[in-house]
Design a protein around this ligand. Structure first.
Ligand SMILES: C[S@@+](CC[C@H](N)C(=O)[O-])C[C@H]1O[C@@H](n2cnc3c(N)ncnc32)[C@H](O)[C@@H]1O
Length: 238
């Protein structure tokens, strides 16, 4: 399912507008996506996540949820036989596509959908479901639904790889002026019961916690910092 070719552009935009009207849980940065042409506007990526991806040995079908502009793409593509990259933002996906080298575009499908709704994907269809930099935006009831959908579309033997940021602060350098994004959920701690509740019975879960501090002055006008967990959940039964 590819909604990104030029003949589908109108359809993508109207789907996006439809989602926008129906759903308050859409956090896009469309206007800023091309502030950096060949790099991601969300920074270079978390070092633990990158190291995990570099060291893993897992081929098969991958689903990247809320994939953004492709900062983890170079670390995913060596593993993925095929990759479905999804986002609600057509512009981000268009940049994602540019980040794929010509030879590997054939292995990548791009699809516009809202991850707070049931994913338009059949059960047990992926070996790896990947979601970074996004889940902490949503309130608990929505996170719970997203995790449940990740589980639904993952095969037994597969992996869910996701991160979760908490105690997040957005500040100006040399200042304690904070930027609050009121529409975005704020978590003071890693909400383990929420994230692992559904997974606990049929997954083995690995968790790595760390601190992060990303200078997003060029693109967002602030530094973002906080605590961060990388979660890798292995599905052992359904
Ligand atoms: C901080 S970016 C992270 C992008 C990418 N996963 C990464 O780590 O570089 C959050 C992404 O979530 C997407 N997004 C926001 N709300 C969404 C929704 N309801 N459904 C799908 N994607 C959404 C945004 O368009 C954006 O690309």
């Amino acid at each position: 399912m590819i909604y990104m070719s030029s003949k589908n552009k109108t359809r993508s935009v109207s789907r996006f507008n439809q989602f926008r009207q129906e759903n308050q849980y859409i956090f896009v940065e469309t206007e800023d996506i091309y502030k950096l042409k060949d790099e991601s506007i969300w920074g270079k990526g978390d070092v633990h996540t990158i190291n995990y991806l570099k060291g893993m040995d897992r081929s098969g079908t991958w689903l990247d949820l809320a994939a953004g502009d492709g900062r983890y793409l170079p670390y995913i593509l060596p593993h993925a036989d095929s990759l479905m990259a999804s986002d609600i933002d057509v512009v981000a996906l268009r940049k994602f596509r540019r980040m794929c080298l010509q030879w590997n575009r054939d292995r990548v499908d791009l699809i516009v959908f809202d991850i707070t709704r049931p994913f338009p994907v059949i059960n047990n269809s992926f070996d790896v479901v990947f979601c970074t930099g996004t889940l902490h935006y949503f309130p608990p009831s929505v996170v719970e639904k997203i995790v449940s959908e990740m589980d639904r579309v993952l095969r037994i033997g597969g992996l869910i790889i996701f991160d979760f940021a908490y105690k997040v602060e957005r500040v100006l350098p040399n200042s304690d002026r904070h930027f609050i994004k009121p529409q975005i959920a704020h978590y003071d701690n890693l909400p383990e019961p929420l994230l692992f509740g559904r997974l606990r019975n049929h997954f083995e879960i690995e968790k790595t916690t760390s601190f992060f501090c990303d200078d997003l002055m060029q693109t967002h006008g602030y530094i973002i910092k906080g605590e961060f967990a990388l979660i890798v959940a292995h599905k052992i039964q359904s």
